[in-house]
Design a protein around this ligand. Structure first.
Ligand SMILES: [Zn+2]
Length: 423
């Protein structure tokens, strides 16, 4: 809700604009900016209904303001802080630019005159919490509710007619959005404002960098809501250059105000609330719709019979099917003979040679044979040999290679087929 004085000003502005300015020539705006023939001006006023489009700004949301190409909305957060806010205000006044300010309750409490100046200059005034905590994304309602209310209370306290002068617009500090916070605001008819691009003017960058980022990001999107801070000296330093460049590049400023009972929302189509509505170059919007088939016949097909499943049903149910093991297929295969796993005497070297170099295998084999020769086939040696055999077998599986003596070629042994051991 905006003050009646503001509404009337806005309306006279609209009347003026409709008659003279909607042709879109920036030069025409200068006529309405006495003493500043070169002013950028404000091209039009957009009236929005927060209840119809509760979240705006493509930095975080699907929708944004229904701006036309090369239209810009300037927003300033965190004020008012007299030292810098007054300079910003003067620059905007000189250019006849109307912007939107998101006030911190604590700043309004300390500098209520700053809020009154904004209202008097015809800017839109929304709020930005009481103390600007950067924890809205994780605060319970007991914490964020008083933050929201404190900002509204102290900004209202600075106004002569807050019911009409305070816009139901809120920007979450640091854009630390959360579903609960948004739903709370929306339930109160307050529009949640993100932005389409910032200029990083809260960072330790030069004014020139702020200017560059503002223009580069605007050029990338072609239109949108620019987020700035009227408490930053670098913003004060960058703003004149931003404004000059906006004008040089043919951008136009749009002033946004909330709809009231007396001031209906500007008529818009839903698609205009998307930054880039579907076009010829977005194929997904061009897929043909699924035809709405109407079937002439509606008779149902018969249920399939068991015989249609081609299943053996005489001695077993169709489901569950018997597994391969259950069908006892394995028992029909021949059982492997026990000598398949036997390692003939003196074959260690051959076995080892499959994994080691020939020289290393020979050395190991000799080491194994020597104590056996000395001890005469003691049990420990046998155990060692059979261990080696097992290892070799485990490593290489089948077929087994068996060489009878050093240097012989391994050859496969015959596979026996008649041992009942594993039946
Ligand atoms: Zn802020």
């Amino acid at each position: 809700m905006i003050g009646s004085s503001v509404v009337f000003r806005t309306r006279s502005w609209i009347v003026l604009c409709l008659g003279l300015l909607t042709l879109g020539t920036p030069a025409a705006f200068a006529a309405d900016c006495p003493g500043h023939p070169d002013a950028l001006g404000t091209s039009r006023t957009l009236v929005v209904d927060p209840r119809e489009h509760p979240r705006i700004g493509t930095m975080q949301y699907r929708e944004t303001l229904p701006l036309r190409d090369h239209e810009v909305v300037l927003t300033f957060d965190d004020g008012p802080l007299p030292k810098y806010s007054n300079q910003i205000l003067k620059m905007l006044d000189d250019e006849c630019i109307k912007a939107t300010f998101f006030i911190i309750g604590g700043q309004a409490k300390a500098n209520p005159e700053g809020v009154r100046k904004l209202v008097a200059a015809g800017h839109t005034v929304g709020t930005h919490s009481m103390n600007h905590p950067l924890t809205f994304d994780r605060m319970p309602i007991e914490k964020y509710e008083p933050e929201i209310n404190g900002g509204i209370q102290w900004t209202s306290a600075a106004m002569t007619d807050p019911a009409k002068q305070l816009a139901p617009f809120f920007r979450i500090p640091g854009l630390m959005r959360a579903e609960g916070v948004e739903n709370y605001l929306i339930s109160r008819g307050i529009q949640v404002w993100s932005a389409d691009f910032p200029a990083d003017d809260w960072r330790h960058v030069s004014p020139d960098r702020v200017y560059q980022l503002a223009i580069q990001r605007l050029e990338a999107k072609g239109k949108g809501i620019l987020l700035l801070h009227d408490i930053q000296p670098r913003t004060v330093a960058a703003l004149p250059k931003i404004i000059r460049d906006l004008k040089a590049r043919g951008y136009r400023i749009v002033h946004v105000v909330p709809a009231t009972a007396d001031l209906p929302a500007t008529p818009t189509a839903a698609v205009e609330w998307l930054l880039h509505p579907p076009t010829e170059t977005t194929p997904i919007a061009r897929w043909p719709a699924v035809p709405n088939f109407v079937f002439a016949q509606s008779t149902m097909l018969p249920a399939p019979a068991l015989a249609d499943l081609n299943a053996q049903t005489e001695h077993q149910p169709v489901l569950p099917r018997r597994t391969r093991a259950q069908l006892d297929v394995a028992s029909t295969l021949p059982v492997p003979g026990h000598d398949l796993f036997a390692i003939p005497e003196g074959s260690i070297e051959v076995l080892l040679s499959t994994t080691l170099s020939r020289r290393a295998a020979t050395r190991l084999a000799m080491a194994a044979e020597t104590p056996r020769a000395a001890k005469g086939k003691s049990g420990s040696i046998k155990a060692g040999k059979s261990r080696a055999s097992r290892t070799a077998h485990a490593a290489h599986g089948t077929p087994k290679h068996a060489g009878q003596a050093k240097g012989t070629t391994p050859r496969p042994t015959r596979v026996a087929t008649s041992v009942k051991k594993r039946a």
